[in-house]
Design a protein around this ligand. Sequence first.
Ligand SMILES: Nc1nc2c(ncn2[C@@H]2O[C@H](COP(=O)(O)OP(=O)(O)OP(=O)(O)O)[C@@H](O)[C@H]2O)c(=O)[nH]1
Ligand SMILES: [Mg+2]
Length: 339
Amino acid sequence: MNESGGKLPRKKERSIEELVEGIRTGNRAILAQAITLIESNATRHFEKGQELINRILPFTGQSIRIGITGVPGAGKSTFIEAFGTYLCQLGHKVAVLAVDPSSSVTGGSILGDKTRMDRLSRDPRAYVRPSPAAGTLGGVARKTRETVLVCEAAGYDVIIVETVGVGQSEVTVRSMVDIFLLLALTGAGDELQGMKKGIMELVDLLVINKADGDNEKKALKAKEEFTRILHFLKPATRGWTSKALTCSALYERGIPEVWESIQEFEETTIAQGMFEERRASQMKDWFYSLIKQELETSFFTSPVTKEHLPYFEKEVMSGHLSASLGVKRLFDEFNHRRR
Ligand SMILES: Nc1nc2c(ncn2[C@@H]2O[C@H](COP(=O)(O)OP(=O)(O)OP(=O)(O)O)[C@@H](O)[C@H]2O)c(=O)[nH]1
Ligand SMILES: [Mg+2]
């Protein structure tokens, strides 16, 4: 069995009490088991996982949740390794999670394949978890959100959620973190590379990496240019002006400054009430998205739907019935029969 998925062997299965106790006392093997339970797609595990989440909920919320994105090769792994190690040295406990929707296509985890931050993984104050195996972005997101909670209950006070930024994954990660950081590079000219359209609406901190050697000047220039235009952009977080920094993840330069800015962000947004407000609205959005998922599932798995859907589908396909009217008739059946 690997850590990221697979079946839980029945005989080793622990009770909720044992899991809560293990998580709370910093037992890493039990933490890993609890996360595996949450990541499992089996109904039996789902219910147990939900009970576990409910039990640990009072012990959650005390961390700073940091989202990190950047194109492949931007230096995310190198940066998180340097940054995480630095924070561990300061006495923090750091958990690193990943949202990697590409795993649903390739069947494997892109983020998991490469450097898995060996040094950080071995640090007793750090916990590095690969992306949950294959699934839709929505499914991976649910698992990651709940894993954040479990890590918080285990005492991790800095939670890093990494994504490569495929499709909607940046928006998804933004919806579960307090601060969102983009790791960028300077290009052949001085322009920034790897900036997707619209990404700046999400970014609180722009960190220009690989500011070393021949690239250092270019990186500093890009930072200045970016700082100039920042004031014209709509802030990603109300009350906070997004900020640009440079760093060298490889040579471990500029890392303390990134942490300082994150703390500055945290203090500013807490003082303005924005921090709590965003967390509350994130919970609300999550709640509603789960309602929608539940509605969809219960509709499509209902015997009434299964009985009538093929007929209406055929009628719509052959042009005998408009799609809208088909939906209305199908829902009439569904609502009528359920009463
Ligand atoms: N010169 C220099 N090279 C760096 C720096 N940070 C990372 N690199 C190098 O850039 C390459 C990519 O770094 P990774 O950390 O694997 O990048 P990544 O963003 O995790 O890439 P993916 O996992 O593919 O998304 C590696 O060869 C690193 O050694 C840096 O600050 N300076
Ligand atoms: Mg990487």
